[in-house]
Design a protein around this ligand. Sequence first.
Ligand SMILES: [Zn+2]
Length: 221
Amino acid sequence: MRLLLVLGLLLATTACGSLGNDSGKVRVAAGFYPLAWTAERIGGHRVDVTNLTQPGAEPHDLELTIKETVAIAEADLVVYEKGFQPAVDDSVAQNAQGATLDAATVADLEPFADQPDELDPHFWQDPLRLADVGDAIAAELSKADPKHAAAYDAHARALRRQLVALDHEYATGLADCARHTIVATHDAFGYLRKYGLHVEPITGLSPTPSRRPPTSGGSRT
Ligand SMILES: [Zn+2]
């Protein structure tokens, strides 16, 4: 039933022209905010980015609406992180027709400190890992839109310069801290240990004790 609805919507949106690209922009669907932000930085005005996790939604346990399923189906590029949002993984496998980029394949994930057999998906806390994902997005956008490859490459290099500077600021700014322990709702900040920080998560690996979406605002990644 759901698939039929999606197909119906797709037919409705593609009936008048070639698959979607009327705006001339590269359509990107991004799993959650850090990926959407990076895609916007690399693509600039040449991309139209849909963040599949709306503000206030819980990224881990995200459930997709028809609108987001269509965004995945129509995207020239889906940027997601396999294993982080099962609903997105499923929809990408079933519906994506364009290119897909799994950020986990370029972010060089490390295991959780307290759970060595599970990889920590929260790589974007490390500016240098986010820069690597930026490079990969630039490469994918260049394949989708070769005419503007030089611009995507320049944006990726500019973003990397900023993220390298941020990494340096973190390292020098945190070098003289009297305390090194930070308390977080869940274990989302493990990549900050490269700066000597130690994370004490209140609810462990899970973003919520019950794995249910929070009842009041706040976007938790
Ligand atoms: Zn998280």
